[in-house]
Ligand binder design. Structure first.
Ligand code: AP5
Ligand code: MG
Ligand code: ZN
Length: 214
């Protein structure tokens, strides 16, 4: 299975990606997670990305496309992959196309997660992210067993800088302007599937698997 997830901030791409990657036994590749890991480790890539992420803007394509190309060259991607948060504009979608043609690894589907504005705000205002492993939880909807502590690795939970209101609004604007157009790009290729991203995490995972098949 070679799959991309498309949807606005807070749609649950990261949450669903964990379950879908386990179901299809493919690596979960999140460009946002890769950038955050680089930021944490103080790498050159992290430094390049930081100012864009802090403002809710896209990291330049020159940086992002190379990073994804590299990652798709890892041996684990030969059995399939799930891209979460990439592509995010039409240039990235076209570059991904070229990479996959070169590698003879055509995409199976682009899965769109649909959700309305009010629900996005509820999800992102209560989201907490793990400093250790990057996993998301929610203070109300996906409560950790111990407040402030990650269920998966025991790491400390924090609120992402870009989940604060001002930056969040910019991310939503960028999504509407730059990312939404890729939905029609994949629709015209016959690869688009869409599901509602509202409901329990399990219900949405089931809907995704039934839309994707196999
Ligand atoms: P990225 O990390 O990808 O952020 P995003 O797209 O804004 O998406 P989020 O991670 O905010 O939301 P999500 O859909 O994963 O939701 P989640 O599962 O956590 O990107 C961050 C930044 O990196 C970008 O702004 C940009 O600067 C840069 N970047 C990344 N990729 C790039 C690219 N390709 N090009 C250029 N720049 C790039 O869920 C949200 C919350 O809801 C959680 O609290 C969760 O617990 C809860 N939740 C999930 N599902 C449910 C449910 N069913 N019911 C109730 N609550 C739920
Ligand atoms: Mg995410
Ligand atoms: Zn953790």
């Amino acid at each position: 299975m070679r799959l991309i997830l498309v949807g606005p901030p807070g749609a649950g791409k990261g949450t669903q990606a964990v379950h879908l990657a386990a179901h299809y036994q493919i690596p979960h590749i999140s460009t946002g997670d890769i950038f955050r890991a680089n930021l944490k480790n103080g790498t050159e890539l992290g430094k390049q990305a930081q100012s864009f992420m802090d403002r809710g803007e896209l990291v330049p394509d020159s940086v992002t496309n190379e990073m994804v190309k590299d990652r798709l060259g890892n041996p684990d991607a030969a059995k399939g992959f799930l891209l979460d948060g990439f592509p995010r504009n039409t240039n990235q979608a076209q570059v991904l196309d070229q990479i996959l043609v070169e590698k003879k690894m055509p995409l199976d589907a682009a899965l769109e997660l649909k959700i309305d504005h009010a629900e996005i705000i509820k999800r992102l205002s209560g989201r907490r992210t793990c400093r250790g492993c990057g996993a998301s939880s929610h203070v109300e909807f996906e409560k950790p067993k111990v407040a402030g502590v990650c269920d998966k690795c025991g790491g400390q939970l924090y609120q992402r800088e870009d989940d604060k209101e001002e930056v969040l609004n910019r991310r939503l604007e960028i999504y509407a302007q730059q990312t939404e157009p890729i939905i029609s790009f994949y629709n015209s290729k016959g690869l688009l599937k869409n599901i509602s991203a509202v409901g329990s995490v399990e219900t949405i995972t089931k809907a995704a698997i039934s839309a994707l098949g196999k």
